[in-house]
Write a protein that binds this ligand. Sequence first.
Ligand code: 13P
Length: 255
Amino acid sequence: MNKATRKAVIAGNWKMNMTPSQAKETVEKTAALVKGKDGCDIVLCVPFVDIASAVEAAKGTNIKIGAQNVHFAESGAYTGEISASMLLETGVEYVIIGHSERRQYFGETDETVNQRTKAALTAGLTVILCVGEVLEERQSNITNEILSMQTKLALAGISTEDMKKVIIAYEPVWAIGTGLTATPQQADEACGLIRSVLADLYDETTAQSTTIQYGGSMNDGNAAELLAKVHVDGGLIGGASLVPEKFDAIVTAAQ
Ligand code: 13P
């Protein structure tokens, strides 16, 4: 298996944007634009309170709905949290785990990323697992070590079989929401490094069949050259996913 046989996944991460009515409207508009563009899987990861209206609006379209986080416990005294089985019952198929904003602002650690990943996979969700270095780490030439460590810790105890439901998103923290984008070569090198870590952890087949996305200021202007790279199998898109026309242009670039 190689890039030609791995299906690209274009996923939007709306972050903390859109009320439920805005979500309905945006999913409907996006669905009309991406209709028939089946050369990639298309996902919109929405705030928890938008899930019901987004799932309803996405019915019968080629858009799947994801969440942006999940708790690792099945149920219990965790005020404000949401479990994997709750997500599953609302119609969510994907969940982002370990986004750098969760790591930076909400105390997410490699260990809790691993626990959340296990809980999501046990429930049957597909995980979009985020890894990425901060600027100082890139400048200190330790990007590979950071990506390798984050990937290994996140996937500790996760079976080869479960890897069929894991997508990895390489998101250099310095490129998120900054307008700075990794060059296609930087993105390709980092995604390739993650693929080699998967080969070490699992086997070459798993490494070659895992979808690895790039995320960080991907937009309608730069998507085509990023997606053309051998190891870049899609995108995790923040700001541009809020604008249906821009998101559609990225989906089109992935066909
Ligand atoms: P931006 O596309 O807004 O830079 O966000 C990327 C991101 O964090 C997606 O998860």
